[in-house]
Design a protein around this ligand. Structure first.
Ligand SMILES: Nc1ncnc2c1ncn2[C@@H]1O[C@H](COP(=O)(O)OP(=O)(O)OP(=O)(O)O)[C@@H](O)[C@H]1O
Ligand SMILES: *[C@@H]1O[C@H](CO)[C@@H](O)[C@H](O)[C@H]1NC(C)=O
Length: 301
């Protein structure tokens, strides 16, 4: 089997979704009118979006030896994602997230040994994508392994940490965050493209080669070492239905373009990633809203 071009090292979460009339206070029980589960976790979301655009991918992650873990492996297979490095462990449950429970589960057990077993795949990738829903040291190690082999890194510092290890910047070819993450990282409130540009410049000074700040309906702002004037890349106007997972759709799409269209100007990759993420906000759910290549305008490819 051909090796992966987009390798994601990250999280899988079973989203436990309770639709309730309002959010419960700490410790309060309120009755939901509907309950369902969904496939989530930032790493897996990003991998699924890249795969649906046609990328050959590999996911390096941990799930529990439980029904959620089994279901997640099925979900990867349905999306054409190889599961050789989806490790199932006895000693933790599959990560799960809901408004009442938030447990990282097996994601925090992903370790150096797991990365070593996947070293040949990481070193041959076109792009390695990492986030912070696994142990941060493991994300950083994966990025260092990628860099040591000349593989491009795309880092999404989510969920954000105020005291992020500075090495994350120096090992990011592309550092891509949203407005609230940008604020946690820099202390600067981002309300518009101009603020995003200022924050992007600070992130560049910290050592990444390119910084991207996503701005929801406003698209994103990019700034690079070799193009240090921030550039706003607007998204098209759409009527959003459910924006959950839009950021991961954007990151997954960007990973696809970096791997398969490396000579496209970054601005064009971002226009196309905006377009794909803006389609995802027009349908409910997270992965359920991610478009497939066959249903997209062919001028995106
Ligand atoms: N209302 C919208 N209209 C058009 N595009 C959107 C809208 N919301 C999000 N997008 C697209 O999705 C991208 C990511 O959105 P955003 O900046 O909200 O990320 P996020 O906050 O990480 O998402 P999430 O809702 O998953 O937390 C944007 O850059 C844009 O391309
Ligand atoms: C940014 O992403 C985080 C997840 O890391 C999310 O909780 C937050 O709501 C997002 N912020 C914005 C402004 O969309």
């Amino acid at each position: 089997m051909a090796l992966a071009e987009v390798v994601v090292v990250g999280s899988c979460m079973t989203d436990l979704v309770s639709l309730t009339p309002r959010l419960p206070k700490a410790g309060e029980t309120i009755h939901g009118h509907k309950f369902f589960t969904g496939f989530g976790g930032k790493g897996a979301n990003q991998c699924v979006q890249a795969a649906r655009l046609g990328a050959k991918t590999s996911m390096i992650c941990k799930v529990g030896k439980d029904s959620f873990g089994n279901d997640y492996i099925e979900n990867f297979k349905k999306n054409g994602i190889p599961t050789e490095f989806v490790n199932q462990v006895e000693d933790a449950a599959t990560g799960a997230a809901s408004i009442v429970v938030n447990s990282e589960g097996a994601n925090l057990l992903l370790n150096s040994n797991d990365l070593k077993k996947a070293a040949h795949v990481i070193s041959k990738a076109k792009v390695v994508v990492c986030q912070l829903e696994v142990t941060p040291a493991i994300s950083l190690e994966a990025m260092k392994m990628a860099h040591a082999s000349g593989v491009k890194t795309l880092f999404n510092p989510a969920p954000a940490l105020a005291d992020l290890n500075p090495e994350f910047y120096t090992h990011s070819d592309i550092f891509c965050c949203n407005e609230s993450e940008a604020e946690i990282l820099t202390g600067i409130t981002v309300g518009n493209a101009e603020d995003a540009g200022r924050v992007g410049c600070i992130l560049l000074e910290r050592g990444c080669k390119t910084a991207i700040v996503t701005l929801g309906p406003e698209g994103c702002v990019m700034v690079s070492k070799n193009a240090p004037t921030p550039k706003h890349v607007p998204a098209q106007k759409v009527t959003p239905v459910d924006t959950t997972g839009a950021g991961d759709s954007f990151v997954g799409a960007l990973a696809f373009y970096l791997a398969y269209y490396p000579h496209l100007p970054l601005e064009e990759m971002l226009k196309r990633s905006n377009c794909i993420a803006s389609i995802s906000v027009q349908t409910t759910g997270t992965q359920t809203s991610y478009p497939y290549r066959k249903n997209l305008p062919q001028n995106l490819f």
